[in-house]
Design a protein around this ligand. Structure first.
Ligand SMILES: [Zn+2]
Length: 201
């Protein structure tokens, strides 16, 4: 189990993002010394499961370094067997106390799910990949990408907790929290939208 609590892990994410937003990043733990220190083993303090969008570069937007974040990304941060398995590895084997599910505004995958009925057919693997976003389009009751994106983020966090016993057990035990957050491309700010578990005030 990690020596860091879910609340402490989240606080570190918030502080790092704040440094990035204000243009005062420290670029911590990115040197040769850190590389050598973590070569023998890793003890990351957070999982980042986010969209693959090139503007969501994990260690940059949270101002973290080598060995800090266990990162899983795919287009539209869509829950899949491999994503859940990777998250479970980080939680169960590495003892990571926090999972951040990171969506963002103007997400191309969310827009593709919205446009599915009106646009031409997508290549089959892409269509299959974004299919899990469609319930959010229906639930939002609008084609507003922001509303659909938030609904999809909530669905993703709920699906992760529902489908992973390891995640649900960690939350119940108080050793794990899941934060669904939205990243604003223009400002660089990460805003928590939905939280499962205890991350303090
Ligand atoms: Zn995206």
């Amino acid at each position: 189990m990690s020596a860091v609590t879910p609340a402490e892990a989240w606080a570190a994410m918030v502080r790092g993002n704040e440094r990035f937003v204000t243009g005062a990043p420290e670029h911590p733990r990115q040197d040769a010394e850190r590389r050598a220190a973590v070569a023998g083993g890793q003890a990351p303090t957070a999982v980042l499961f986010g969209c693959s969008d090139s503007r969501l570069a994990a260690e940059i937007i949270f101002d973290r370094g080598l060995g800090d974040l266990f990162v899983i990304r795919n287009a539209g941060q869509v829950i899949s067997a491999s994503a859940i398995a990777s998250i479970e590895y980080a939680v169960a084997v590495l003892g990571v106390p926090l999972v951040v599910v990171l969506a963002h505004d103007a997400c191309g995958a969310v827009q593709a799910a919205i446009d599915l009925d009106t646009a031409g057919p997508l290549p089959p693997r892409i269509a299959g990949h974004i299919a899990p976003i469609r319930p959010a389009v229906r639930a939002a009751g609008t084609n507003d990408p922001e509303a659909v994106g938030k609904a999809h983020l909530g669905n993703t966090v709920a699906a992760l907790v529902a489908e992973s016993e390891i995640v649900a057990d960690g939350v119940a035990a108080g050793t794990l929290a899941v934060v669904g957050a939205n990243y604003r491309l223009g400002e660089g700010r990460v805003e928590p939208v939905v939280t499962v578990g205890e991350i303090g005030a």
